[in-house]
Structures are given as structure tokens and as C-alpha cells.
Design a protein around this ligand. Sequence first.
Ligand code: KG4
Ligand code: ZN
Length: 348
Amino acid sequence: MRILGMESSCDETAAAVVDSGVTPFAGSVKILANVVLSQIAIHAEYGGVVPELASRAHIANIGLVVQQALDGAAIFVQDLDGIAVTTGPGLIGGLLVGLAVAKGLALASGKPLVGVHHMEGHLLSPFLSGERGMDFPFVVLLVSGGHTILLYARGLGDYRFLGQTRDDAVGEAFDKGARLLGLGYPGGPAVAQLAVDGDPNAVNFPRILLDKTRFDFSFSGLKTSLRNYLQSAGATEGAIKNIKDIAASYQEALVQTLAIKAISACHHMRCPRLLVAGGVGANRRLREVLGERAGQSIQVFFPPLDLCVDNGAMIALAGWRLLTQEPNQHGDLDARARWPVQEICSGV
Ligand code: KG4
Ligand code: ZN
């Protein structure tokens, strides 16, 4: 099946065409085209994503992005087997742009249309790159600007919720920390860059683990610790000696917290595989620490960067799942800014 996937839930306008092949989860899936237009330059001067500007940029660019994906795949809409679009969660203006265009294409072509939960796209992304050894079951650590979630993926469409952040997402914690340190946006890469030459043990920021038997996160306290540290250090003349050490220590607290929880989730589920998806998955220190904590018994998978961040290919693959497993469940679609991930998970 050849599926067009569209994604516009945050600050990337993206479209891709994916050929599922016969058995997409045994390595036959092919990405025919994958076009991602980032809006970072638009939002950078505001230090974060501005929803109205995001919607306007999506509406300005989505036609071109979809056309480029179809051209890149050398395919016409008429030759597709289906269209998949992110219908939530995310910024409502962006979601509506994607959904309206997808509905228009589906109406004009008569092709089936499915609405994808953004998280399901992320969790299926390793199958797009044919990671060796990747298979169900696996634990998913989804870490982005808007989400910090742990799930257990037992099989296709068979997911169990383990935990999520109660306040800030980890990417948000990187971004807010960067702002406190006077760095640019997006904050994650800026903090990571400074941290390279810093001492991660210079400042003892807390690892907030909450209840050790559960898999929830909380990052807002850590941001407050950083603010307090900077304020008290600022009061003591010359105490903010080394911003690199502070960045490295802050990053260390974030990545250690993620790694402790994710690896303990794998042990809890007796699961030998961990998938890391979302923008924060690009963090080198997170990769190192997870590798150290995973030991021999757990294999950690990181999809390549272009599939780790928001893209249309992962939405197309999740669309393939919906079209084949739930063909009759897609009436008139609506966009949902809030769509708890628990709703795509089963209770047990
Ligand atoms: O998945 P993503 O591209 O977009 C969504 O939020 O959906 O993730 C963006 C987030 C931002 O918060 C950014 O600061 C963070 O990922 N990020 C990083 C790194 N690269 C991006 N955080 C830490 N280290 C990085 N190298
Ligand atoms: Zn995402």
C-alpha cells in the first residue's frame, strides 16, 4: 500500500509517501519521499513556538510540501491507497490546517482518510529505518518539546501506558533552562553544545524520581533549582564561574532521570528493547547514559535523526496500521488539541 502521511501538529510542516510493502514490520517498508519544513527560524526570535505564527506558516507551506512529497515519490494522488494525517494532540491551528488539506485531498480523490495519534507515529518510527533487531515488544521513551511519555508496545496497535510527565516535558525543561542560561532557541541543542566541555558533577541538581515504582516524571522543580542556583550564585560575586559546568550539570540531571525511569520500566516489563523517539533523543549524553544503564540485557534503539523528529513518514506508517487493522472506524474526522495517549492504550 502506498500512503501519504501529513504532519502539522507543532512547528514542522511535513508530508511523506510510504510504500508499506507486504509486511512492513519485517523490513519491507520503503520511504518514497519524506519532506520536512521546519519553522525554527520563524519562532527562534520569540524563544518558543508561537501558535498563530505556526498556523500561518503551515497554511502557507503545506500545499508545496505535499506536492514535493508526491513529486519525490513520482506518484499522483489517484495512485495512493490512503491518506493519513495527524489529528492530535498538538496545536489546534496547525492540526486544523493539516486536517482540512487532507480532507480536501480525500474528497477530491475518493481515497480513504485516517486520523493518526501523533504518539503512534513516533512509536512506529524505527520500523521505517529497518533497525536491525527491532521487534515487538519494546518500551518506548518518547521525549520531545511537548511530551515525556513511557509506553509498552506489545504489538501493532497493542500499547500499554506506563507513565508521563506531570508538568513540563523534558524538551521544555531544556528550552526553559536554556532561556535561564541566556541561550537561544531551541534550547536542547544549545545546552547540549555548552555541556560538551562542562563538568556534569559540578552542581548537584536533583534527580526527581517521584514514586520509584511508578513511571511518572516531573521536571518543573529542576527548572526552579536552576533558577534558584543562578540567583544565589549571581548574588555571590563571581560564583557563576563556568556556565558550561552549569549546563552540563543541568543536562545530567535531566538525562539521568530519563534513563533511570526508562531502564527501570524495561526491567519492570521484563522487556529487552527500548526505543527512544522525539527530538530530545538527539541528545548525545542521553544516548551515552542509556547505553551505560542498559547493560547487556537491554538493547536501546534510536531511529535516525530525520525519523526521530516530527515527520510525515511515521504518520503514513501509523496510517497503514489504521487502514488495515481498523478499516471501518474512520467517520468524519476532527482535530484534538488534547488527546491523552492513554486513549490509544489498553488498560492491562
Ligand atoms: O520532537 P521535536 O523535534 O518536536 C516536538 O516537540 O514535537 O522536539 C523538539 C525538542 C525541543 O524542546 C528541543 O530543545 C529538543 O527537542 N532537542 C534537544 C536536542 N535536540 C532537540 N534536547 C536536548 N538535546 C538535544 N541535542
Ligand atoms: Zn513529535
